[in-house]
Design a protein around this ligand. Structure first.
Ligand SMILES: C[S@@+](CC[C@H](N)C(=O)[O-])C[C@H]1O[C@@H](n2cnc3c(N)ncnc32)[C@H](O)[C@@H]1O
Length: 192
């Protein structure tokens, strides 16, 4: 299934992930066999988008998260999209990732950082950089105003967007920002 066909099955939220996801992937130029980590599974939209582009994806969220955004039926969505075989779920907390250093070509947080407790966001950023290959990238997508307004129709108490740079304490990491249609995209790479 191509992304347009998946959008028809999964709806608007997948469309947002695919639209702004494609802007980031174009910039990254990942190898076809890239190992990707999708932090914060939710309904699986971003993991499904990555898998639809042919990447192997590990995705996860804390098993203890009882919010309305966790424990969603990501696997059913992935099955409908025909990409379930390329996605592996593993429960984890992003502040203590159960992966070896340098395991991933890219680590993605799609609509996730603002849902993570502010007190651990610096640790989460450090962990994402630890599990990243030397030439890899950490990419955060945070909602722009229009997206936040849409989300707050169903969830008036939805937290404001986060700025990942406020939680970056490594001077050897460079940032690039890309304006997405509905999400701001923050891309970080280790300096050579
Ligand atoms: C709005 S959902 C993300 C949407 C999802 N990325 C998608 O594309 O459908 C927010 C996610 O952040 C996750 N999350 C919150 N705190 C976390 C943490 N400490 N570590 C990992 N994930 C976390 C939640 O469990 C939830 O899955």
């Amino acid at each position: 299934m191509d992304t347009k066909a998946i959008s028809e099955v999964l709806g608007e939220r997948f469309d947002v992930a695919a639209g702004d996801g494609s802007r980031a992937l174009k910039e990254l130029g990942l190898p076809a066999d890239a190992a990707t980590l999708d932090v914060g599974t939710g309904s699986g939209n971003f993991a499904i988008y990555l898998a639809s582009q042919g990447y192997r994806v590990i995705t996860g969220e804390p098993s203890t998260d009882t919010s309305q955004y966790a424990g969603r039926d990501w696997a059913l969505n992935a099955e409908k999209a025909g990409v379930l075989d390329r996605i592996r779920f593993e429960a984890f907390d992003a502040s203590k990732l159960p992966f070896e250093a340098g395991a991933f070509d890219a680590v993605f947080f799609f609509g996730v950082l603002h849902h993570i407790d502010e007190g651990v966001r610096s640790e989460v950023f450090r962990e994402a950089l630890r599990v990243l290959k030397e030439n890899g990238a950490v990419v955060f997508f945070e909602p722009r105003t229009e997206m936040l307004e849409r989300v707050r129709v169903d969830d008036p108490g939805h937290p404001p967007a986060a700025n990942p740079s406020n939680y970056l304490h490594d001077q050897n990491v460079r940032e690039q920002r890309i304006e997405g249609a509905l999400m701001d995209i923050f891309l970080y790479r280790k300096s050579a």
